[in-house]
Each structure stands twice: as structure tokens, then as C-alpha cells.
Ligand binder design. Structure first.
Ligand SMILES: Cc1cc2nc3c(=O)[nH]c(=O)nc-3n(C[C@H](O)[C@H](O)[C@H](O)COP(=O)(O)O)c2cc1C
Length: 198
């Protein structure tokens, strides 16, 4: 049996492999991600749809050992997230511009950015990589380190790398890593006959 954890979606209807195979590990291999792959991941984000084609997504890319960007993004994570990111080779701060090019409020900045990030996750899965998004970070710290103005909104941090094994992860996190992935039933999220509030 492979020491790598498999957590394929237990889907009831057929889906594309990039969605079936995607999951958010905490165990990452201590191995760099090829630059060419990173370019392809951000290219997937670039071609994402957005309201009025404003393209509000911005990505601050930290590569472990290359410069201070990685260390600063890492510092902004809450301790609980820092502790499982011991091996993560790439940390990306996902930031949305809240205004368009004419300084008008862009109401869908976070929605648009979320779509772009979803496209990234499918592309990186196709490249044999995994990602884990984190809302657990200190926005104030990130803003201060990188001098991010109020026109921009830090949304999340994304860990990207090659999936690891339990040996790559502190013991406190093993149980969660082995836990089955669950989803709400279809009936709870899809409505065919009017809005059926429960
Ligand atoms: C916006 C967002 C914030 C998240 N924040 C955290 C986090 O701070 N720490 C963490 O370990 N996981 C975090 N997650 C991961 C989710 O817990 C995970 O995606 C969810 O349990 C579903 O699992 P799956 O991605 O493997 O399908 C976050 C995911 C998203 C999309």
C-alpha cells in the first residue's frame, strides 16, 4: 500500500478527474515545485471569468528558501496553520482588488477571486500537485509586511506542493489527515421545485 494518502471524492455522479482527485492535504513533501508548473497554475487563474472582466485577483508568491516573501507569508499564518506547514514549498497570498481601474467599487471582487482560485486548484491537480487554502492568517500582519492598502483585500493563503505522507506531518494532525471527506447531500444544496427552506 502506498504511504501517500488518497482522498478521492466519493462522488455519486461522474465528475472530471481534476475535481475527483483534488483534496486539501496538510502533509506536503519537502520538495520544490517547478517554476514552469507555477506559471501554468497562475495562467489558469488569468483565464478565469470575472464581472465586467475586471480580473481583481492578485497573487503574492512565496517560494521557500528563495526570498523573504515566503517567510513573511508564513509569519502571518495563525500558529495552528504554521505547525502543519513545516514542509510546504510554496505559499501564495490571495489578494483581491476591491476597486476597478476607474476606482469604482468592485462588488464581486471576492467572488471573482474565488473562481480564479478554483481554476488554479483544478490546473494544479492536473499537474500532480495539491493545495490547501487557509483563512487562518492575521490580515493585519500581512498588510503591514507588504504595505497592502485598503484598496486591496487579503482573502486567503494557499499552500501548494506535492502531497506527502504522515511522516511529513506532526502527530497532532494525523487523525484529521486520515479522516474521510464528507459532503452535504444533493437534496440539501440543489432545488428543482422551488426554494425548499428547511
Ligand atoms: C476559504 C478557505 C479557508 C480555509 N481555512 C483553512 C485553515 O485556516 N486551516 C486549514 O487547515 N484548512 C482550511 N481550509 C481547508 C478546508 O477545511 C477544506 O477545504 C475542507 O475541509 C474541505 O476539504 P477538501 O478541500 O479536502 O475537500 C480552508 C478552505 C477554504 C476554502
Amino acid at each position: 500500500m502506498s504511504k501517500y494518502i488518497e482522498k478521492d471524492a466519493d462522488n455519486i455522479h461522474e465528475i472530471i478527474p481534476q475535481i475527483k482527485k483534488r483534496f486539501s492535504p496538510r502533509a506536503f513533501e519537502n520538495k520544490p515545485v517547478e517554476k514552469e508548473k507555477l506559471f501554468r497554475i497562475f495562467e489558469a487563474a488569468r483565464w478565469s471569468p470575472s464581472a465586467r472582466n475586471v480580473q481583481p485577483w492578485r497573487f503574492l508568491v512565496g517560494i521557500k528558501g528563495e526570498n523573504k516573501v515566503y517567510d513573511r507569508i508564513f509569519d502571518s499564518l495563525v500558529e495552528w496553520n504554521q505547525n502543519w506547514n513545516n514542509n510546504t514549498p510554496v505559499l501564495v497570498a490571495i489578494i483581491a482588488k476591491t476597486t476597478d481601474d476607474k476606482e469604482r467599487n468592485h462588488a464581486t471582487h471576492d467572488y471573482d477571486t474565488g473562481i480564479a482560485v478554483a481554476q488554479m486548484t483544478f490546473q494544479l491537480t492536473e499537474l500532480g500537485l495539491h493545495a490547501h487554502q487557509m483563512g487562518g492568517f492575521e490580515e493585519v500582519i500581512l498588510r503591514e509586511y507588504f504595505k497592502i492598502s485598503n484598496e486591496y483585500k487579503p482573502i486567503a493563503i494557499m499552500a501548494i506542493g506535492y502531497k506527502g505522507s504522515l511522516d511529513d506531518l506532526p502527530e497532532d494532525y494525523h487523525e484529521a489527515e486520515l479522516e474521510q471527506r464528507t459532503r452535504r447531500d444533493f437534496e440539501e444544496i440543489v432545488f428543482w421545485e422551488g426554494w425548499l427552506e428547511k
